[in-house]
Every structure is written in structure tokens, then in C-alpha cells.
Design a protein around this ligand. Structure first.
Ligand SMILES: [Zn+2]
Length: 58
């Protein structure tokens, strides 16, 4: 089931939209996006929880 994450729901002000075929792909893309766009070396567990909560069915 396709899923979508609006990064702005987790990182206010970010316009990026990350899509994937399932939660795992969206989380993987969000992790890469956080590293490149938000300069996170690692994604803290609380941010990961917010990411999971913000993922919607496309
Ligand atoms: Zn972002």
C-alpha cells in the first residue's frame, strides 16, 4: 500500500514529500532526507516516532 510522508509534519517549514511503496521505504527515504537536507547524522528515536506517526496512506 503506497505511503506518503510530508516532512513538514515533522520538520516545520520543510516542503519535501517522501513517497514509498510501504512504511519501510518511506522511513528509509525520510532517514536519507534527514541526513542530507536536515544535517542529521543519525535520526533520534523521538524523531523516528514522529515520522512513523506522520506517515499517511497515499
Ligand atoms: Zn525535510
Amino acid at each position: 500500500m503506497p505511503k506518503v510522508l510530508k516532512c513538514g509534519d515533522v520538520m516545520p517549514g520543510c516542503a519535501a514529500v517522501l513517497e514509498g511503496v510501504d512504511d519501510a521505504e518511506v522511513i528509509r527515504k525520510a532517514t536519507e532526507h534527514a541526513k542530507t537536507a536536515h544535517k542529521m547524522v543519525t535520526v533520534p528515536p523521538d524523531v523516528l516516532n514522529k515520522v512513523r506517526a506522520a506517515i499517511k496512506i497515499k
